[in-house]
Write a protein that binds this ligand. Structure first.
Ligand code: DAT
Ligand code: MG
Length: 140
């Protein structure tokens, strides 16, 4: 079976712009199930663990500072091939070139240097999803 779970984060820009409902609507409309949800003002240690693969890259520090800047909505969602499927719903990393019809393409703004403000995060593999879900939902 390819029934999977993935971690979605509605990043601080998405929460601040009151897009939580619109993003959840798109996830539910696709047919994915909401399994768990938390509103988190993330501490640096959690963000450093979450973005460990990017440590040392030029955008790492601005990315962590942005993710610390306000509340995040963390979602555990399930569905058939949801890991890849959510990333298709989200669109490519840069909102400027993300396709219309995607979350980043329809709702993301071109912030110039602030590519990190792209509304959502989605895990990128089965292994990553397991690791990230354990980080953000360690209570369950
Ligand atoms: P994604 O979030 O699409 O999986 P990623 O894992 O490569 O992208 O990068 C994590 C986040 O870091 C991404 O959402 C935005 C930011 N980022 C990535 N590449 C960047 C770049 N070249 N400049 C600035 N921020 C970047
Ligand atoms: Mg990524």
């Amino acid at each position: 079976s390819q029934l999977e779970q993935t971690l979605v984060l509605i990043k601080p820009d998405g929460v601040a712009r009151n897009l939580t409902g619109e993003i959840l609507r798109r996830i539910e409309a696709k047919g994915y199930q909401l399994v768990d949800v938390r509103l988190v003002h993330a501490q640096r240690d959690l963000l450093a663990a979450h973005y460990a693969e990017h440590e040392g890259k030029p955008f790492y520090e601005p990315l962590i500072q942005f993710m610390e800047s306000g509340p995040i909505v963390a979602l555990r969602i399930s569905g058939h091939r949801v890991i890849e499927g959510f990333r298709v719903l989200a669109g490519t990393t840069d909102p400027t070139t993300a396709a219309p019809g995607t979350i980043r393409g329809d709702l993301g703004r071109d912030w110039g240097l602030n590519v990190q403000q792209n509304l959502v995060h989605g895990s990128d593999s089965v292994e990553t999803a397991e690791r990230e879900l354990a980080l953000w939902f360690s209570h369950s």
